[in-house]
Write a protein of this length. Structure first.
Length: 569
């Protein structure tokens, strides 16, 4: 039997932040438990190798969805990081804070105090932005954020931005600052050519602290309870079972799948679900594992008329040269995630802030690095980012080795289906601008035959993939919300000394990748946990299109979709 003051379960995007911040006080002892192992691997550290750790069981829990009814029964991979850094060690390194309205929506949903003005100082505290601090960006935080190679190595990046402007959308100098909406450079968590996971940014610099203990290779089985108080956890390591007690708090940072599953295995959740899994109810809490949200995306692909795409760099010799340059100098194509331009747009008039996101890639290939076709190509990863569909995470037993059931219910809301139709048409319009004429060849996917509404719907159902952003399964909320799992201080409702801090606490999903807001959440939660005064809110202005109520973009009246109804002939 051992003990500590703070016990953190999960060394991922949030857990590493908490371990670093809570152990700043030398008078407290912090233990960080992680199921995986070391993140010391070239495939993790090299940004351009991003698909490799995600497709390696050593670094990935290997979760899968249930058969999704809205996707013709397809089963989708749901990778989650396993090892120090968690999903920040296997993700695409894209840094997107989300729109200010996304964060304000948390407060309007009942998470008191979680508004953009209150969260902006924590975004800043976390970050070192390579262009220096300003009213929005941080200049001295642990997390390094840059823009890769600044679009210098391929003209396709700039052409995509020019096409968006030509289509009537604004340019944005910093989508993480004053103006998210528009076309511009994409930002990434890369530090001098290396992946800037939270393990690299937060944990590595403080591992020598005597009051911080990191125990890897641990499988936490349940939270230990005395009545309504969490007193520790039970875990397995090297075939042995241990108990670890926490004098102050137990903090779950196991992610949007792991945290609700651990609560359920501990008897905290919906009584009906727990009883169905053969688990005794310790504390009834209906919302645990509910409200699951995720982003879907498709690869919108064209052949490229000039031999400049990344498809020519997929051979062994080219990969070897890229790797050698990265090993020697941490520069070149190995030092970027290749998503160096992007866009955030609104899907229709009456939508106040962006709800569609574009990652532009100067190549045509799948996320696992396989080429889509012979020759050159380019693609955008695109999808609506504010889904109405809601899913769930539920355990089938108290066996920690049995993966929980993950059902997203993708595309089961009519709004989501309609949003995808708009997304496909808007994307075709953007990529059809004259700025792309020099490069644009045949449309490979969806393909010219996919034009009618029925065909678009069918193609989307068969081709969408998860963007790997599961979230919202232990949401914060007000006292009047029966589905709220946490209060606004991340405390499990009705429980003492037990919190959840990770992307599961979001009430609603943000418009963008989730690593940045998850890190911000952990930064702010660290102050809530320790009782430090919260950083003062910052009332920084945020751009909203003044014509948002009347137009889908400035100067463009709302219009009907041009795709035909019914099936294509």
């Amino acid at each position: 039997m051992r003990d500590c003051d703070y016990l953190i379960v999960g060394a991922g995007s949030a857990g590493c932040v908490l371990a670093a911040r809570l152990s700043e006080d030398p008078s407290v002892n912090v233990v960080l438990l992680e199921a995986g192992g070391s993140d010391r691997s070239i495939m993790v550290q090299m940004p351009s190798a991003l698909s490799m750790p995600m497709n390696t069981r050593r670094f990935n829990w290997g979760f899968q969805s249930e058969a999704e009814p809205g996707l013709d029964g397809r089963v989708l991979d749901t990778p989650r990081g396993l090892g120090l850094g968690g999903s920040s060690s296997i993700n695409g390194m894209v840094y997107v804070r989300g729109h200010a309205e996304d964060i304000n929506q948390w407060e309007s949903s009942g998470a008191r105090g979680w508004n953009y003005a209150s969260c902006l100082p924590y975004f800043q505290r976390a970050e070192t932005w390579y262009r220096g601090a300003d009213q929005y960006r941080g200049g001295s935080g642990p997390l390094s954020v840059c823009a890769g190679n600044d679009m210098k190595l391929n003209p396709l990046y700039r052409a995509f931005i020019d096409a968006g402007i030509e289509a009537g959308y604004p340019a944005t100098e910093d989508y993480n600052g004053y103006q998210q909406e528009g076309f511009g450079q994409m930002h990434m968590t890369v530090d001098n050519g290396r992946r800037a996971s939270t393990s690299h940014a937060y944990l590595k610099p403080v591992r020598s602290r005597k009051n911080l203990r990191v125990i890897s290779g641990t499988l936490v089985t349940k939270v230990l309870l005395e009545g309504n108080r969490a007193i520790g956890v039970a875990y397995e390591k090297d075939g042995n079972v241990f108990e670890l007690l926490a004098r102050a708090e137990v903090i779950l940072s196991a992610g949007s799948i792991g945290s609700p599953a651990l609560l359920q295995r501990s008897g905290i959740g919906s009584p009906a679900s727990l009883e169905a899994a053969g688990i005794s109810v310790s504390h009834p809490l209906e919302g645990v594992g509910q409200n699951l949200q995720d982003h879907l995306e498709v690869y919108f692909q064209y052949r490229c008329l000039e031999p400049i795409s990344l498809n020519s760099r997929l051979g062994l010799f080219s990969k070897g040269m890229i790797g050698l340059q990265w090993l020697l100098f941490k520069t070149g194509l190995g030092a970027t995630n290749h998503f160096e331009s992007c866009a955030f747009i609104r899907s229709s008039a009456g939508v106040k802030s962006p709800d569609i996101q574009y990652h532009f890639l100067p190549g045509a290939m799948r996320y696992d690095g396989r080429a889509a076709f012979d020759g050159h190509g380019f693609q955008v990863h695109v999808g609506p980012n504010k889904p109405a569909s809601r899913g769930s995470v539920s355990v089938s037993s108290d066996d920690p080795r049995q993966h929980p059931k993950v059902l997203f219910n993708y595309l089961t809301a009519e709004k989501d289906i309609a949003d995808w139709r708009a997304c496909i048409e808007l994307t075709r319009e953007i990529l059809g601008q004259s700025a792309m004429d020099r490069f644009r060849g045949q449309e490979i996917a969806p393909g010219e035959r996919v034009r009618a509404v029925d065909d678009i719907d069918a193609w989307v159902r068969q081709n969408v993939e998860s963007a790997y952003h599961p979230s919202c399964t232990c949401k914060m909320g007000g006292d009047d919300d029966p589905d709220a799992v946490l209060d606004s201080s991340c405390r499990v409702r009705g429980m003492d000394h037990l919190r959840v801090v990770d992307s599961s606490i979001f009430p609603t999903i943000t418009n963008g990748n989730l690593n940045a807001p998850t890190i911000m959440v952990a930064e702010r939660a660290a102050d809530l946990i320790t009782g430090k005064p919260l950083l003062a809110p910052m009332e920084a202005p945020v751009w909203i299109d003044p014509s948002w109520q009347q137009a889908q973009r400035a100067g463009q009246p709302q219009r009907e979709l041009s795709c035909e109804s019914g099936a294509a002939p």
